[in-house]
Design a protein around this ligand. Structure first.
Ligand SMILES: [Zn+2]
Length: 354
């Protein structure tokens, strides 16, 4: 049955990927009508890597640039409230998030709650949040991301991002490869539960995974060409979520496994690393070529085994068993397979994750 309800899509207006693109921040702000004031959210490290320069560039353009340096590694609701207070006092035209994940998430959520546009300037490429409308905030009643809004612009400076340890980029690839199973889970939810599903959006997310798979050989430390592939794919994933209005195209059973690990493991690994490993096992459950997915991750140098991310085999099994409970409303292959400790262990062993 065709839905007659309006469907709301959010898209970035400008996406700039390339060498030295941070220097364009003043132009971007002016073009978008933010010629008076901006408020930047950054971390202590990212301030020296990019934040300080961004402030200078804006001031050079006579754009008032206030900023806050957030020390905490994770974005929490108390951070959001404290920063909102500062933003309210400065009344900027635009909020700019500069950082890996948490600072972008803070900028995204604070600006959404205050109804101010936001610009995303990632300093790493470790997950697909840089262009998406979703923010990961720790300490809430749920371990997954919440709706905020899409950035009005994304400025991805390859000269800056290439300096981050390669582990971050490999993690980003894991988050992209996850789309091989998240799109299958979304279709499954549509078939079984009549959940909203959009073929176009699903294809866009899947295309990102294929783009990375086809270019796995060139994604290696120091390769700007490889980094561009990953950045393009990450932006497409964010855009897919913005069009869908849900994280569905990009987050399925493999993400539930990663969220479960975040809760169960003493020292969880990076989000994309866990999602990549989850994708191998969920691909097995879906009956698709899990060996091919593992090979892509291995080619890139992303983790494929529990020992690669220093997580005990028992913890992997526990996370598999409890993954479906993380988000009961999100129907995935896990609802069909109903894993026990015995069957979960078998899956992890067959796929050589443990
Ligand atoms: Zn993800």
């Amino acid at each position: 049955m065709l839905s007659t309800r309006p469907h709301y899509m959010q898209l970035p207006r400008e996406v700039i990927v390339g060498d030295e693109t941070l220097s364009l921040i003043g132009d971007v702000c002016r073009r978008l009508g933010f010629s008076k004031s901006a408020f930047l959210i950054t971390g202590p490290q990212t301030f020296s890597i990019a934040g300080e320069r961004a402030v200078e560039l804006l001031q050079h353009e006579n754009i008032e640039a206030n900023y806050v340096i957030v020390n905490s590694r994770d974005a929490t609701m108390s951070d959001v409230e404290a920063i909102e207070e500062k933003i309210r006092r400065c009344k900027p035209q635009v909020v700019i998030g500069i950082g890996g994940g948490a600072k972008i998430d803070l900028a995204k959520l604070c600006s959404a709650r205050l109804g101010i546009p936001f610009i995303s300037i990632p300093t790493t490429a470790s997950h697909d949040g840089m262009a998406s409308p979703f923010a990961s905030i720790k300490g809430l009643d749920r371990p997954y991301s919440i709706m905020a809004h899409s950035p009005i612009a994304v400025i991805a400076d390859t000269k800056i991002i290439i300096q981050a340890p390669f582990r971050f980029l490999a993690s980003g690839c894991g988050d992209i490869i996850a789309k091989f199973t998240s799109t299958l889970d979304w279709k499954l939810a549509h078939d079984r539960r009549n959940e909203y599903y959009a073929e176009y959006t699903s294809s866009l997310a899947l295309m990102s995974a294929r783009h990375v798979a086809e270019n796995a050989q060139i994604i290696k430390p120091g390769s700007e060409e490889g980094l561009r592939v990953v950045l393009e794919a990450l932006v497409s994933c964010g855009v897919a979520m913005g069009i869908a209005g849900t994280s569905r195209p990009c987050s399925g059973s493999e993400h539930l496994f990663s969220h479960a690990l975040d809760i169960i493991a003493d020292k969880p690994a990076m989000h994309g690393e866990q999602c990549g490993i989850g994708t191998i096992m969920m691909a097995y459950l879906h009956g698709i070529d899990w060996r091919h997915i593992r090979m892509i991750l291995e080619t890139i140098g992303a983790p494929t085994r529990a020992e690669d991310i220093r997580v005990e085999p028992e913890v992997i099994v526990d996370a598999l068993v409890h993954a479906a409970e993380i988000r009961p409303e999100r129907y995935t292959i896990l609802n069909e397979k109903k894993l026990t400790h015995k069957s979960a262990r078998e899956i992890a062993e067959v796929t050589e994750v443990i």
